[in-house]
Ligand binder design. Sequence first.
Ligand SMILES: [Zn+2]
Length: 259
Amino acid sequence: MKLEKLKEEKKKGKITFLLKDSDEVFANTIRRLVMEEVPVLAVEDLEIKDNNSALYDEMVGLRLGLCPIKTDLKSYELKENCKCGGEGCARCELKITLKSGKNGYVYCEDAVSTDPKCTFAYPKMPIVKLLPKQKVEMTLTAVLGKGKDHAKWIPGLAFYKREVNIKVGKVANPEQIVQQCPAPGIFSVKGNKLEVNSDKVHDCQICQKCVELDENISLEETGNFIFSLESWGQLAGKEMLHHAAEILVAKVDEMEKLL
Ligand SMILES: [Zn+2]
């Protein structure tokens, strides 16, 4: 198996790579491990001292649960694996306080985390809007969890598609192909001839539209997969992949022991 990095946008937590000499089973295993097994922090409990905002407590709780928290997987442990036996300690719980009485929006940046490395990922994400004399004061407890238990613990998106080569022969109406292709930039017309832009070919959605329009165009599968990861802010794109690989190894080890 070989990996070839195609594109990485570190700030957005996006990474796209080519998976070679592998198969769909493996690609799908990695996809599922990323979305269901790689743990991240999310708010699980609230202790509300004050909330007279328009949103009732449960609504605020739901909103906070879905605000991504930057996750340092070296410092935290899943509750079920923690030495405290699940009672709750600094290894398995992150405390965040949220207190505001100012008129207007309360943002994620107004929350104060006890761990400066693990704060809300998007400072300007609004939590609640306060009118004069309204205030919120609460202590939040975030814990590690898995995406298979609740969507708030999903670290991001993982998806893949097959890589294709686009072969172009003598095309009757090249302009039509350029216009009808849903992924812009793949085709262009040069001197009344249809050309494929090799740097854009990975954007192909394999919709077969061009093949239907002209029989002299063909899509050939290379057998490789274009794999994309998009983080929701808790972990970097690469970290998601790294931890998915670790989990896979651990699962295989466990299976071997059981056999
Ligand atoms: Zn603990």
